[in-house]
Design a protein around this ligand. Structure first.
Ligand SMILES: [Mn+2]
Length: 339
């Protein structure tokens, strides 16, 4: 479906005219959503606004360098009255109300202007205002444009740190296809505000707990290779979590290892959660893994997509995936297109 899109200027005007803001992002929050929250929080505060950052999930450990005190974990008793009276709710890095978790209900009920700022395709009609560009590398790139319109060059270190984190993580450290010249120019601009790229990278990607390394080891030990080694399928079971002493949040980003093997065009990771199976899909080039994810009720981008199948056993998902893959590989990897 299509939704009416607002311009950079219209969003900047909304931020400048209103006074109280709730900032939120999706469950399993990533560097893009969290970095945008951090950047917007600091700029809006500097403009004298009332701002709270409330997410359904707590701040992952590797993002604690974004001064964790501003990130609140949603608790109805503590937040509902404030959310009901806020002027604006900024929903960052997702366009599905279900993805903001337990906040969805109160955000719907609130009289606030609900604004979606996002770079995922196919928005659902849940908000009052949409600022969406599905060609952007990241929500951070979009927030940069809005803040540039709002405050000019004067980002300040904190906002620059937040947006650099957002863009670095969502571009896979500036290597994904949407790492355009414009994205690099924005990054250069942010570095000029004092951001230290080595420190951000180390904090996000090189500070994992030992349990994550052990879980990764178990995943890679059993990774399967199919379709003449062009597709890998990895599985993380409850037993692996237990053996490694790991948590579900430790899985973040592990799907990419399946694609970091010579000749592999597509990878799939199945993670057995307590309430279902999370499926992550990654591909190179023209292989539309969002179409594969859609067959399991999910979605995403052409080269990165996901699905969550609840109340279904891992074995059943594996069987269904095997069936779907036969057809998908024939069409998209073997080129047996039938119109
Ligand atoms: Mn994003």
């Amino acid at each position: 479906m299509t939704v009416p899109l607002s311009s950079t200027r219209e969003i900047a005007r909304l931020l400048s005219e209103r006074n109280s803001f709730l900032l939120t992002t999706h469950v399993n929050p990533d560097g893009d959503g969290l970095g945008c929250e951090y950047g917007l929080y600091h700029v809006l505060r500097r403009l004298g606004k009332k701002v709270r950052v409330v997410n359904a999930a707590s701040l992952p450990e590797n993002y604690a360098f974004l001064d964790g005190d501003i990130f609140e974990t949603y608790d109805g008793a503590a937040h509902d009255a404030w959310i009901m009276s806020a002027d604006v709710v900024l929903i960052l890095d997702t366009n599905e109300i279900d993805r903001i978790g337990d906040l969805g209900k109160i955000v719907r009920e609130s009289g606030a202007v609900n604004v979606i700022i996002d770079h995922h395709p196919h928005p659902t009609a849940i908000a009052d205002v949409y600022f969406i560009d599905d060609q952007a590398s990241s929500t951070g790139e979009l927030v940069f444009s809005i803040l540039r319109e709002l405050i000019g060059q004067d980002f300040g270190y904190e906002a620059a740190l937040g947006l650099y984190t957002a863009i670095m993580t969502d571009t896979g450290s500036f290597r994904f296809p949407r790492s355009t010249p414009r994205v690099h120019r924005i990054a250069a601009d942010l570095l000029e505000h004092g951001v230290d790229p080595a420190r951000v990278y180390e904090a996000v990607y090189e500070s994992f707990p030992l349990r994550r390394a052990k879980l990764l080891g178990l995943m890679l030990r059993d990774i399967a290779s199919i379709a003449d080694d062009r597709v890998t399928v990895a599985i993380i079971t409850r037993d692996m979590f237990n053996e490694a002493g790991a948590e579900e949040e430790d899985v973040d980003d592990m799907v990419n290892y399946g694609l970091a093997i010579g000749g592999v065009k597509m990878t799939i990771l199945l993670v057995e959660h307590s309430k279902g199976v999370r499926m992550s899909f990654r591909s190179r080039g023209d292989i539309p893994v969002n179409e594969l994810a859609a067959r399991f009720g999910g979605g995403g981008h052409r080269n990165a997509a996901g699905a969550f199948v609840s109340d279904t056993a891992l074995d059943e998902i594996r069987t269904r995936l095997k069936e779907e893959l036969e057809d998908f590989i024939a069409v998209h990897l073997d080129g047996e297109r039938d119109g």
